[in-house]
Design a protein around this ligand. Sequence first.
Ligand code: BJ8
Length: 426
Amino acid sequence: MSDNYRSMWTELGLDLESHDALLGVLGNAYQEIYLSQKNRPEGMAYFDFVMSEVHGLRIKELMDEKAAGRKIVGSYCVFVPEELVLAANATLVGLCSGADFAMEEVEKLLPRNTCALIKSSFGFKLGKVCPYLESADMIVGENTCDGKKKAYESLGQLVDNLYVMDLPQVKSENGRALLQNEYFRFKTAMEALTGVKITAESLKAAIGTVNAKRAALHRLAALRKADPAPISGLDALLSNQVFFYDNPARFTESVNKICDELENRIAEKKGAFPAGTPRILVSGCPQAVPNWKLPFIVETSGAVIVGEESCVGERGTRNLTDASGQTVEEMMAAIVDRYYQVDCAIFTPNPDRLAHIEEMATAYKADGVIHYGLQFCQPYLMEAMPVEKALEEKNIPCLRIDTDYSMEDAGQLKTRVEAFIEQIKG
Ligand code: BJ8
């Protein structure tokens, strides 16, 4: 990376030594996990470039946007509506939380038995290694699981720009009303942050932009139904991860280009893996950058991942927002409708998620489902039990794992995954 970036990182307050260490680990992991794959689509070169510049060029772009007066908003959850951020002339970036960092410091603030995702978000702050977090003018925390909502109380002591969004826990008339109120409150907060009033015109354009990037991922997902699968689960996951922080228009264009290439591959029966490779659907907790542990294990054990029932995946992007409204109120209602359908495990009860897992297993012709739970994540680990039971009733094999970001259990996981793959080969 260019030396110019070092002064940018210094200005952002990063700890350069720790940051160098992080980038070193990231670069090695990317080399080992991504660049060692065979039969990758050529279009993935774009994502290789994005990853090589993840703390470089993209941050420079954000800094240029800031210099031109645009605000940056950071988020930890797919419930933060990008449509409202864009319509207020700001940029939304996901704050990834997919790796352990500064764990000793973190465990002074959070109990040891907190999920890896929450710990990671603190580690990146305490270790001063995340330029996205440091460039954000507003950080949005959302009241989802108990871990997150209590952790935001502590995060609020570490940053001076935390905005907490309340969210319903039950899908009911009251729940929907709460979501609607919170989205109107957020709209006002965005307008206050940027000084830009959200109009029908700007909101319609923003809905179009976000829908286009979701639609590109829908297109990519649909192509994974083919056998042989034209793209690895690792590469598809990376596209879903980059969704959260790339420039939206460029992201859409790049994914659509990959889809064009995948269509040709399918016509030529070219795959990332041979035809007949056992097909796995992964379901559960989000896998944020650079959490590539499970797909790496699965795809080096003789199977291919064909879908992610996850917020970094289909749960996060499943529905488009209806863009037919003419007024701000009509479009706000459409935004509430769209997000209200997200079937995160924090909702009780949460029958839609179960239905979606079954639908996805059928649509992607999965031979089995791996339920991915992060240790200490109550919502997803609790739901894993009924998910497994329901799948077994439908004769869909299911493997439940709970893990964290360390590689300590990698050998043990690999053994279990290999045994599962043998089972589904049957
Ligand atoms: S909408 S899944 S992105 S909350 S893994 S922090 S649930 S203890 S991430 Fe999520 Fe929004 Fe829901 Fe999606 Fe808590 Fe579990 Fe940790 Fe989690």
